[in-house]
Design a protein around this ligand. Sequence first.
Ligand SMILES: Cc1cc2nc3c(=O)[nH]c(=O)nc-3n(C[C@H](O)[C@H](O)[C@H](O)COP(=O)(O)OP(=O)(O)OC[C@H]3O[C@@H](n4cnc5c(N)ncnc54)[C@H](O)[C@@H]3O)c2cc1C
Length: 326
Amino acid sequence: MTLAGGNGQGGSAHRAPDCDALVIGAGPAGLTAALYLARYRRRVRVLHDGRSRALGAPMAWNVPGFPEGISGAELVARLTRQAELYGAIIERGRVERLARSAESNLFEAMLADGGRLTVRGLILATGVVTNEAALAEGEHDEAVRTGALRYCPICDGFEHRGRRIAVLGSDLHGAAEAMFLRQYSDDVTLIPKWRVALTSGQHAELAASDVRIEKRQLLRLAHRGGRIEVALAGVAEPLTFDTLYPALGSEPRSELLVGLGLEGDANRCLPADAFAEPLIPGVYGAGDVLAGLDQISTATGHGAAAATRLHNWLREGEGHVMADQR
Ligand SMILES: Cc1cc2nc3c(=O)[nH]c(=O)nc-3n(C[C@H](O)[C@H](O)[C@H](O)COP(=O)(O)OP(=O)(O)OC[C@H]3O[C@@H](n4cnc5c(N)ncnc54)[C@H](O)[C@@H]3O)c2cc1C
């Protein structure tokens, strides 16, 4: 989309801001931030490139207030509607670069389609990208839909209790996830993606908790009949599991920090308290892109807090704050 307010050329120094706040990301964090900012009567715009991880959650059972569960897509739709009710403008568009102008104290967002937006404050709610397991074309998303492939034991370990579970991961992260899942099942196997990178002490810890470690080389993963088949070198028949949890980590989408002079923080998780402590004055973070618990309820909490901090910072600039409260 091309933003109506952008002239596509000039710098921000001589431009009036297009809005008070730009929220980048329309997942639970960004949409909650937009809701709060709109209700603080801020002119708020949300830009997103359609890649909220919540959209991939077929059903979430641990979102407070939804005892029957809610799909991630339905939650995003509801949050979008709620923020729009109060005037938030939510549009599709990828932000390619951010910059700040020292003279004007404004920020500028450059979009992939050439549009520009000049704003007073920013909330980065850009999430992370999950490192996915490799399944044959078309099988991955279907396996997520059937529940055979899951990415978040905190989210749905409960729903898979008593099942035959595999964890895909070669290192301490995978081992820790396998241990975590022992709370839900007596039948947990750690399958290294490559070679096992665990110490003998870590092997012993897993053995003591009855977590099996598969030593044969992984050849292939497949989704068959709502279960996951794991083909291993030297084994005629694949092993079959009710559920596979890949523990391959994720990549934070924090590359936009480069344009704000925060190169050191780019491509890493933002500090865990970035929803409260600005990265630089007027710039906050929220949701999965922060270090910490990647969950919908955490993301919405961050969004509310970041929006409130940003609103108060804007009020300070406007002189509407008691001096002793600053
Ligand atoms: C399969 C699956 C199941 C899950 N199940 C659950 C569950 O049951 N319960 C639970 O609590 N959590 C669950 N989660 C985790 C949950 O989805 C995330 O914690 C949540 O979505 C985080 O919200 P967020 O707003 O921080 O990030 P996201 O929802 O990932 O949103 C990030 C947003 O940033 C946008 N964006 C990023 N960079 C740019 C850019 N440069 N320009 C424009 N837009 C950009 C994206 O398009 C997106 O809109 C699950 C995750 C997955 C993958």
